[in-house]
Structure formats: C-alpha cells, structure tokens
Design a protein around this ligand. Structure first.
Ligand code: KIV
Length: 271
C-alpha cells in the first residue's frame, strides 16, 4: 500500500474511487480498542464493528441477542483505537426491522453515542425505506445480502444462499434497490462467486464479499476467525493468517508452570 494513501482517512468516497480504479478494499471486524488499534496501524481500509461480537465477544450462538447498547459500547472502544480506517457499525437485530422511524433513531444513537462513521443493516427491498431515511439524515449506510445471520431462525441454516435462480434474481434486485436507496456499499455473505461477480459488475457502489469469491470489490473476514482465536469455526471461505488461539494457550500454560515453579518473577522482575 502506498504511504500517501495510508496517511489519509478512508471515507465512503475513497471506497467508491477504489472500485472505480480496481483497487481491492480490505475490511475486517474489530470490537475493542487494542485490536482495532493494531488492525488500523496495519493499514486496513474498513473496520466493521460487527454484530458477530455477539458470537466472538459474548459467546452467544447467534447474533440475535446483542443490543443497541452493546453495539454502541463496542463501537466506542474501536473508535478510540482508530486513526485512518472507516468504521462501520452493525445495527443489531430489533433496532431497525419493521419501522423506518425506529431505524433512523437507532442509527442516530449509534452515530452520536459511538462516534462511528457509518452503519450497516441486513436485508433488501424490505429495508429500503429505512435506508433512504437514514441516508437523508446524513448517515452513510452499508447493506448486507445473501446469508443474513440475523434471520437465522427464518433460514434455519448457515448454508450458501442464492444458489437457485429465483433467489439469485431476487438478490440482484435487492442489491440494485439498496444502491438506489442510497447505500454506499453492500456486503455479500456466502453466495456463489459467479453471482457475486455479476452483481458487482451491475452496481456502481463497491461490494464486499465474505464467502462470495474473488470478484467482489473487497473482502471481509471476522478478525477472531482469521487470527485463529475461534477454533471451532472452519468454513471453506476462511483463511487463517495466524494461530493466536494455540499461541495464547501455550503462553498461559507456560505462565502457570512458571508461577508454580517460582521461575516467575525472577531477580529482574521484582523491586
Ligand atoms: O457481523 C459481522 O461480522 C458481519 C460480517 C460477517 C460481514 O456482518
């Protein structure tokens, strides 16, 4: 990455320009100050304060239980560690579905109380009225299509979405509707690569894929998955860049052993 582009803050306009120039967008999740700081220092373009915090931070089975207050707290922590990246905050389940005035109020709370730069919500045509209202209020919105984990009890499974023609056509229609409603970007989760390519080419806004192949305008992974901290989650799309889970366990085992044997603290580690 060029030093000049690292120094500048990333905006929604930066992402649109990256799509236009063919430069791929790198996005990761973060939920706390310390890791957000490392991720930002390493040159990430977008940090998503994902509602996956419900899984990786709180240990819940789904993203359904996490609240607006929890998301605002995580986003505040992330914002404190970030200088350059665009910080997008997930709107949690129950904070926007059904009523666009509620959606607007939730988005305003996220922006005012966390200092985040944009919000993300799941769904297609059914959320477009809310998207329009939020965008009109000056808040950038990222969409999310394909596998939408907040609807897990409707789908019943985390399997690949839009494999059938009718669902693929609906996804294309939803993506165009989100762009029309004012979304600055859209995430595609677990959809066939060929469909992601076609929809990415049909849109002027950048698409970010997770399990959606190489032809999206960018990629996103859950930080704890790619660092190997979560060990029991191994979908095909996940590349592990480190094994911090094993490193952490080994370090803690060594510490326990050193404490027991009184190897720690040694002469230099005391006053
Ligand atoms: O919450 C999250 O981490 C997400 C990503 C999977 C895109 O929405």
């Amino acid at each position: 990455m060029a030093i000049s582009s690292r120094a500048k803050k990333v905006t929604t306009q930066t992402l649109v320009k990256m799509k236009q120039s063919g430069e791929k967008i790198a996005m990761l999740t973060a939920y706390d100050y310390s890791l957000a700081r490392l991720v930002d220092n390493a040159g990430i373009d977008v940090i998503l304060v994902g509602d996956s915090a419900s899984n990786v931070m709180a240990g819940n089975e789904t993203t359904v239980p996490i609240t607006l207050e929890h998301m605002i707290y995580h986003a505040q922590c992330v914002i404190n560690g970030v200088d350059r990246a665009l910080v997008v905050v997930d709107m949690p389940f129950g904070s926007y579905q059904g009523d666009s005035k509620t959606a607007l109020d939730s988005a305003i709370r996220i922006m005012k109380e966390s200092g985040g730069h944009a919000v993300k919500l799941e769904g297609g045509t059914e959320v477009c009225e809310s998207v329009k209202l939020i965008v009109e209020a000056g808040i950038p919105v990222m969409g999310h299509l394909g596998l939408t984990p907040q609807s897990i009890y409707k789908f019943g499974t985390y399997t690949v979405r839009a494999k059938e023609e009718a669902e693929a056509a609906k996804l294309m229609e939803d993506a165009k509707a989100l762009e029309e409603a004012g979304c600055f970007s859209v995430v595609f989760e677990k959809i066939p690569s060929e469909l992601a390519k076609q929809v990415s080419e049909a849109l002027t806004i950048p698409t970010i894929g997770i399990g959606a192949g190489p032809d999206c305008d960018g990629q996103v992974l859950v930080l704890h998955d790619m660092l190997g901290i979560t060990k029991d989650f191994s979908p095909r799309f996940l590349r592990r860049y480190a094994d911090l889970g094993s490193m952490t366990e080994d370090a803690v085992k060594q510490y326990v052993s050193d404490v027991r044997s009184m190897d720690f603290p040694n002469e230099e580690e005391r006053y």
